[in-house]
Every structure is written in C-alpha cells, then in structure tokens.
Design a protein around this ligand. Structure first.
Ligand code: GTP
Ligand code: MG
Length: 583
C-alpha cells in the first residue's frame, strides 16, 4: 500500500504534461493539498468516501473555493456517538429516513463515532427534530440542539445477529516504530520523504472532522452572533498539518459579504444600535469571553476551556472531546487567514514542498527543536517559512517570491488588511512551474547545509523578496512576517535554541553525506537516510559516541587517501560541498 501511494507523489517529467496552454506539472496536480481526493488514489481511499468528478477540475480550485465547499459539506454533516455493537446496515437504513446519505465513515475515540454526510441540509434538521434531550437520573442536562448526537439501542439483542465488524478510519499518525520500519524499507531517500508525508498528512476523513468541528462551534457562537462564520486556519488547512495537530479557528464576524449582496438604495442607511468600547482589542476580548463561557456551559464535548485573553492575540483554548481536537479559537487576526492561504498556495505549487516541510517538521520535533508548550523554541510556522525561503534560493528556484505572486495578482485578489498589503495571486494556473528538477534527497541535504552555515547573526529570512537581508533588530533568529513586514515571526527564539538548530542541521547534513558512501541494505534493519536523521542525536550520549566513532573513521580514511595521493579524486567524484561538523 505504502509504495503505491508514494508512487503517486513521485516526480513526473515535465515533458509529460499535456494541458494545452496551462503550464502545470503533473506533480502539482497530484499533490494539490486540501482538496477532496487530491492526495489519494481512489483505491487508497477509505470506503464510503470516494468523491466523484474530474480530478483536474477539482484540483484547480482556489483555497477559498475549497474552503467554501468544505463548509457547505460540514453543514450537511452530523456526528453520532454509537454503541460498540450494532449493525451498520440497520443504522444507515434508520438514518436514511431523514434523507439520502452521501458519505459516511467511522472512527474510534473513546468509543465508536460515525460521521454522516447527508445529501441535503434539510436531513440534518429532520434528524434534529426526531432527537430528544436525554433525561438523566443523577445529573441534569442543559438542552442544546447541536449536530452531535448519541445513538442508543432500544433492543440491543435484535442487532447482534447482523453485527459485522465496523471499519474505523485512523485519525492518528503512525507510531515511531511503524514509521522507522516504513522508512527503513523504502527504496531511496526520496521515497522516505514521500512515505513520511503520506503517513503523517491529514487524511480526507480527518479534514472532514476538522471542518465539522468548526461547524459545531459555529452553531454555538451563532447563539450570540447569527451571521458569524468559524473558519479553520493554520496547519489544519494550509496543507502542512500532521495528523494530531491542533485546530486553529477564526471567529469571523465580518458582515461585508452579507452586506455586499444586499442592495442599499435611497438616501437612508440603517445601522444597529451597539455598545461601544475603547479599542478593537477590548471588543475582541469581550467577544471571546462570552463565546468561551458559552462553550464551557453548553458546548457538547467542549472541555478544559481556557480564556487566554491577555495574549498578544487573545484566544479561547479548549478540547473537543468527541472529535479529539485541541482547539484555539481567535478573532480579529485576519492576517493569519491570509498566511494560511499563502502557505496553501506554496504547498500546491510543487509536490517537493510538502514532502520537505513534513520531513523538516518531523526532524525538528524528534530533536525537541519544536514543542507544543510555548517558549523559546522555533515554531512549525517558522520552519515552514525557512523551507519556502530555501526553495526560493535554489537555482533555478523551486518556488517564486511573494513579490512575484503579488505582481501576478488581478483586481479580485487585492487585499489590504489593517493597512498591510496582503495581495497575491490566488490562482495556481497563473504561476509558471519551476524548471528545477533537484531530487528530494539533494534538497534535504542542501537545506541542512544552507541553514547550518547561514549568517543568522547578520541576516534576515524574507520570503517576500526571496533573499537574505540585513537584520533590522538583534533577535537571534529573524524571519520577516510576510504581511506585517516590520514584525519578526521568530522573535521568541533565543540564542541557545538557534544554536541547537544550527548544530543539528550541520550534523544532519553530515549524516546525509555519509549516506552517499555507505547505504545499508534494507534487510540490515539499520536506520538509514531520513530514519537516521530522526533518531535522538547530539543530546543522546550513546548516539554521540557512535557518531564520534564514525567521525574518527572518517578522519582515518581521509588520512589514508592523502597518503595514497587520492584526495583530489575522492572530493571531485563525490561532487558535493563539504560541511563543517563544528558548531
Ligand atoms: P502547527 O504547529 O501544526 O499547529 O502549525 P500551525 O501553522 O497551525 O501553527 P500555529 O497553530 O502556531 O498557528 C496557526 C497559524 O497562525 C499559522 O499557520 C500562521 O498562519 C499564524 N501564525 C502563527 N504564528 C505566527 C506568528 O508568529 N506571526 C504571524 N503573523 N502569524 C502566525
Ligand atoms: Mg496550528
């Protein structure tokens, strides 16, 4: 299975394109993320979830179109906590009395859950009308008509005869053991990177569950703000999310879309009477405060609600137990939505981008360079920016600069948020494909080498211009915020964390160089290539000793080759730049 899926993502020569005037490599079509059925061949898709239609048509959709479709799909969907033993056939038949079912899948999370997508929204209302509030013996229920239900069996014995095992979709990333096995049996380092991507990326079902969770929170927030929208952003939808990543949500109270569709005529303008507060920030805090209360009191499955209102970007953090997501709800940070769209675009431009970002993110996590706890660590967002920047620096570039994307924008793309120009083309078809054909193996090695030797003390990373610039301030790591250009997205990173990153990058480049020389056979069961990079490293004494041994062997070999006057040859035939392994 793995090999078949991976083959989907491998590069196809550009000459294989045959798409008339549209210059898009096939690799881009196959990897366009976040789109229904984009990453999986039909045979690899879980049952009950095969979308129909032309792949090309689907894959060319813009981020906003995909999100709109997902939102509409979520509004026709319900989540049902089911008894462990039941007949799937009878269950579906029972539900179809409310209308035809388009798709469904099951998953396990402290019990069996079914996600049911009806063909029509009316079916959801019909199901809600048929459902009742539970009457509890010892506790009291707060009535709330959501789209999350519990299914109870009236006559469990009736069902047992027809029970068949219900297939559950996996919602978690593979264990380290399984990942190492898969990586060790891969054919090449390129194959390893694609395997890692395939195993960690958000599945179609997980994406549906994320949108459904947003839709549920929207129902709750609508009690106060009937015209609100809850939009997912960040890695859940930017195509760089791993299974298990948090769910970032944006409470959108902007009514411009609704007002644009209403024709205002005559000399009058009707406004609501409202309460005024002294700043946007206070308004945001008040709104999030009531939504937080509401989630805490009425939100089914919403637990551990924390109102973090004094943060730079105020938020409400909670767990949605049924779907299993850790959620961060914010409002008034529209620029983050635009960054999400930009990352989605970069991820869709070339299949190597996501494969590289996933590997670098996993590498950073394996070495504790990133953490789920806030602190002086590098964030996944910053790492993604570093990969994009590196790919812009290749010759020829793999990715275009943000300024180039801005120049390709048309009037519809124009976007100014709080005075910041966030304009770039949102149409993938306008962007010419890269002439760069470097392998993932080479790119990964060069990534580590590039940042292992980057002049962090004087230079800033800037994806807008795609070139190093002098640092405007003294933070150890400076990555320019692509839209709020006076800000540094990695201001939190301290010198020791940056040094750890540099040391590990150098060491990883060195390990990959060794791979060129001695690549263990898959049957030897030795971690190699990407698997070797994910092993605990410098911090681990045992591993350090092993590496020291390797280093001394390397020096010995070098001395021997000098003796035999072969040193020139050994460097030239390798054709690789050397990396200093010193910090
Ligand atoms: P995960 O670690 O998988 O959650 O990645 P993520 O990209 O979702 O990161 P995170 O949850 O920390 O942030 C969500 C989104 O907020 C990011 O994707 C960015 O769009 C935005 N964001 C995060 N950090 C910053 C920052 O420092 N500056 C700006 N401008 N935006 C940020
Ligand atoms: Mg996130």
């Amino acid at each position: 299975m793995a090999a078949r899926g991976v083959a989907l993502l491998t590069r196809v020569p550009l000459c294989a394109q045959g798409r008339g005037q549209i210059h898009r490599p096939i690799q881009r079509l196959l990897s366009c993320p976040g789109t229904v059925a984009a990453d999986l061949k039909k045979e690899d898709q879980p049952s009950g979830n095969v979308e129909t239609g032309s792949e090309d048509r689907i894959l060319q959709k813009r981020f906003s179109e995909v999100q709109k479709e997902r939102r509409e799909q979520a509004q026709r969907t319900v989540l049902i906590n089911c008894p462990d033993k039941m007949s799937e056939k009878k269950f579906l038949k029972y539900l179809s009395q409310h209308g035809p079912i388009k798709n469904h899948f099951f998953y396990e999370n402290f019990g069996l859950h079914a996600v049911i997508e009806f063909c029509q929204k009316e079916s959801v209302a019909s199901l809600q009308d048929a459902a009742c509030t539970p009457s509890l013996r010892r506790e009291a229920a707060i009535p709330f008509r959501s789209r999350f239900f519990n299914l109870k069996l009236k006559n469990p014995l009736n069902q047992t005869s027809e029970q068949s095992s219900i297939q559950c979709c996996n919602q978690s990333p593979p264990s380290s053991k399984k990942l190492f096995e898969l990586l060790c049996y891969a054919d090449s380092i390129d194959d390893q990177l694609n395997t890692l991507l395939k195993e960690f990326q958000i599945t179609e079902e997980n994406a549906k569950l994320r949108h459904l969770t947003c839709s549920l929170i929207e129902d709750i927030a609508a009690a106060y703000f009937p015209y609100c929208t809850i939009r997912p952003f960040g890695s859940s939808v930017n195509s760089f999310g791993k299974l298990g990543c948090d769910l970032d949500m944006f409470l959108d109270l902007d009514e411009t879309e609704r007002l644009a569709s209403q024709k205002t005529s005559g000399n009058f303008l009707m406004e609501f009477q409202v309460k005024n507060v002294s700043s946007e920030r206070i308004a945001t805090q008040k709104i999030l405060s009531v939504i937080g209360e509401c989630l805490d009191h009425f939100g089914p499955g919403c637990v551990g609600v924390q109102k973090i209102l004094n943060a730079r970007c105020p938020l409400v953090r909670f767990s949605q137990q049924t779907s299993g997501f850790q959620c961060d709800l914010t409002t008034n940070n529209r620029i983050a939505l635009k960054s999400t769209e930009l990352l989605y675009l970069y991820g869709a431009l070339d299949s190597r981008v996501r494969a590289l970002v996933f590997s670098v993110r996993c590498w950073a996590r394996a070495h504790s360079l990133t953490s789920s706890i806030p602190g002086a660590w590098i964030t996944n967002f910053s790492l993604t920016m570093m990969v994009i920047f590196f790919l812009q620096r290749r010759s020829p570039p793999v990715l275009p600069t943000l300024d180039y994307l801005k120049n390709l924008a048309d009037t519809e793309d124009k976007c100014i948020i709080e005075g910041h120009n966030c304009t770039f083309t949102t149409d993938l078809n306008r962007i010419e494909s890269s002439g760069n054909t470097e392998t993932l193996e080479l790119l990964l090695k060069e990534f580590f080498e590039y940042f292992g030797n980057f002049a962090f003390n004087k230079n800033s990373i800037n994806i807008r211009q795609g070139r190093e610039q002098n640092k405007p301030e003294s933070s150890p790591l400076h990555i320019q915020n692509p839209f709020e250009t006076s800000l540094n997205i990695s201001k939190n990173v301290n010198q020791s964390q940056l040094q750890k990153f540099v040391d590990l990058a150098r060491e990883s480049a060195w390990i990959l160089q060794q791979e060129d020389k001695d690549h263990p056979s898959p049957s030897s069961n030795q971690p190699w290539g990407l698997a070797a990079l994910l092993l605990p490293s410098v911090s681990n004494g045992k591993s350090l000793a092993k590496r020291k041994k390797l280093a001394s062997e390397r020096v010995k070999n070098l001395l021997e080759s000098i003796k035999s006057n072969n040193v020139e040859n050994s460097i030239n035939t390798n054709g690789k730049r050397r990396v200093s392994t010193q910090a």
